[in-house]
Design a protein around this ligand. Structure first.
Ligand code: NAG
Ligand code: NAG
Length: 212
């Protein structure tokens, strides 16, 4: 008897989840209302068109004339209404020679990267402070677990291009150096809270546009 309970439970959970699935096929973002923790509310399905499920922004290389010599172009739910509610999103990264996507985290998603052009040095640091570092070539795929600090560096002499997918339509992005130096938190507090020297903090505030 006990052996029967588990298959019956699975059958019911399958029926239940497929009936839930049939209620609503999609939830295209309605930008007229603010975004909440669960995403945007759903656009009236009668007004949804195929163009809501298509995004062309990732076909255009980003401008890498900047301090990091790199550009990230996102197709998150705030640009691409079709991914709202689907648990997925995408971005492209262009890196000039010596370009870097500096240490950052995505609080809301794990990331999967595929190299399209060039050679990368990519890595992440676990919460046990172990480093997982790899040289990646065209076609290589690497995953970066949710919330962990990671970076991607162009390790070649030519430009590099990679795409990343996320298991959230709104992965979030926090750049470590920007959090530390691109704001008005007083230098002495940054120094006390980070063990960095005030001179280095002031140098990086000047480079990144922070004050204090
Ligand atoms: C790229 O960005 C730089 C610096 O902001 C700017 O001077 C340049 O015109 C931009 N290039 C293009 C093609 O938009
Ligand atoms: C980059 O160029 C230098 C000098 O031309 C060369 O020694 C090096 O092997 C090149 N590196 C790669 C990854 O192509």
């Amino acid at each position: 008897m006990k052996n029967m309970i588990i298959p019956i439970f699975f059958l019911f959970s399958l029926l239940f989840s497929s009936s839930l699935g049939s209620i609503q096929d999609f939830c295209v973002a309605d930008y007229s209302a603010p975004q909440g923790p669960a995403g945007y509310s759903c656009k009236d399905p009668a007004k949804v068109t195929v163009d809501n499920f298509v995004y062309s922004g990732l076909g255009v290389p980003g401008n890498t004339t900047n301090i990091i010599k790199a550009a990230v172009t996102t197709a998150f739910d705030n640009q691409f209404p079709g991914v709202n509610g689907l648990g997925i999103s995408l971005a492209r990264a262009d890196l000039a020679a010596c370009g870097v996507i500096p240490f950052h985290t995505h609080p809301g998603a794990s990331e999967v990267l595929i190299v399209i052009e060039g050679t990368l040095c990519a890595g992440f640091v676990s919460s046990a402070n172990n480093v997982y570092l790899k040289s990646l070539n065209k076609g290589d795929v690497m995953v970066f677990p949710q919330g962990l600090l990671h970076f991607q560096l162009n390790a070649g002499n030519t430009s590099a291009l990679f795409f990343v997918g996320f298991n959230s339509p709104n992965p979030g992005l926090q750049l470590l150096d920007f959090a530390l130096f691109k704001n008005d938190l007083p230098t002495e507090l940054v120094a006390a809270a980070s063990f960095l020297s005030p001179a280095e903090i002031k140098r990086l505030k000047a480079v990144l546009g922070g004050t204090g």
